[in-house]
Design a protein around this ligand. Structure first.
Ligand code: ZN
Ligand code: ZN
Length: 348
């Protein structure tokens, strides 16, 4: 089959590889769409500690069941399916205390990282994922929208800890795919004002299309001042950081009103630190939360939102490109010229 393999930072190759072999509890999926993601861009540019090259990356996908392990009963050949990139073990410490998103064994079967990924014609889905985080895709849901399952599950998990209330004012810093998902979920949760900030005008337009009530172009305005201006000087009830930079983490805390909640969602480069004002945290009764990855529950919620049409995925997908042009798609992502690209195997 054809696949794109990562060899080294900025060295990825479109080449012929063997079709993965599956185990008895696994399925093989013929990829119909794989979506580009910010993590893939980071991996392409800098590599990833979990990856042993050459490695097929790509972790957001949907397709058709091509082969079914003999012990798998819930799926059959030809079925349209989508799967998340991981599933918890359900027996480690974190799984037992109700934090399956922090499962100690997550990395052992992580599609696109420790296991070959979806930038290929076929992808093997490990047993724990088949069992817990694979769903059938109704005919009316396009593959590229179904493939949003994994990132949306992460965002649903983050939305849970944000604890947005009816009538709240929410700020989302960053209008990349993750920020744009947060904008939509904040609206669904009943926030009446949703303010989105970004450096790219094009992305802010999509934020407006998806329900943001105000947008701030951070390349032209002081976003902290603008947020205060839009909130009677108080700051927002909930601020969600969806960029992953120490400076925007700090800004997120500063934008939060007294007794409000800051959700630090974006992953910063490792080794970075932030500085916070102890006084405003103490006297301001601030709640500051970190959140990582998804749980089987948030995957299920994401699935329900996608298949019911509650969540609009279409505006997040800028276009379609063949697998052989993945590198060009990742470069477009880097340049901020695309939100997500749907990657389809060549000649289909
Ligand atoms: Zn992703
Ligand atoms: Zn576990």
């Amino acid at each position: 089959m054809k696949a794109v393999r990562f060899y080294a930072p900025q060295d990825i190759r479109f080449e012929e590889v063997d079709i993965p072999k599956i185990g008895r509890e696994e399925i093989l999926v013929k990829v119909e769409t794989a979506l580009t993601c910010g993590t893939d861009v980071k991996m392409y540019r800098r590599g990833h500690p979990m990856i042993k090259p050459p490695h097929i990356f790509g972790h957001e996908f949907a397709g058709l069941v091509a082969e079914v392990g003999e012990n798998v009963n819930q799926f059959s050949e030809g079925q349209r399916v989508v799967a998340a990139n991981s599933a918890p073990c359900n027996s480690c410490y974190f799984c037992k205390v109700g934090k399956p998103n922090l499962c100690e064994h997550l990395q052992e079967t992580l599609i696109g990282f420790s296991v070959d990924g979806a930038y290929a014609e076929y992808v093997r889905v490990p047993a724990s994922i088949v069992e817990q985080n694979t769903y059938d895709v109704p005919d009316q849901v396009p593959f590229e929208e179904a493939a949003l399952l994994e990132p949306l599950a992460c965002v649903a998990n983050g939305n849970d800890v944000a604890d947005i209330k009816l009538g709240d004012t929410v700020v989302v810093i960053g209008a990349g795919p993750i920020g744009l998902m947060h904008v939509q979920l904040a609206k669904i949760k009943g926030a009446t004002k949703v303010i989105c900030t970004d450096l790219a005008q094009q992305r802010l337009e999509v934020a407006t299309e998806l329900g943001a009530t105000a947008v701030i172009d951070a390349s032209k305005e002081d976003q902290l001042k603008s947020v205060r201006g839009l909130t009677d000087g108080m700051g927002a009830d909930v601020v969600i950081e969806a960029v992953g930079l120490p400076q925007t983490w700090e800004l997120a805390v500063e934008m939060t009103r007294k007794a409000g909640t800051t959700v630090l969602f974006g992953g910063c480069p490792s080794g970075t630190k932030i500085t916070l004002d102890t006084r405003s945290i103490h006297y301001g009764d601030l709640t500051i939360k970190g959140i990582f990855h998804h749980t089987p529950l948030s995957v299920k919620r994401a699935y329900e939102m996608i298949t019911s049409g509650t969540f609009r995925g279409r505006p997040l997908i800028t276009g379609k490109m063949p697998l052989s042009e993945l590198e060009r798609a990742l470069k477009l992502m880097t340049e901020g010229k695309c939100i997500k690209m749907a990657i389809v195997p060549d000649a289909r």
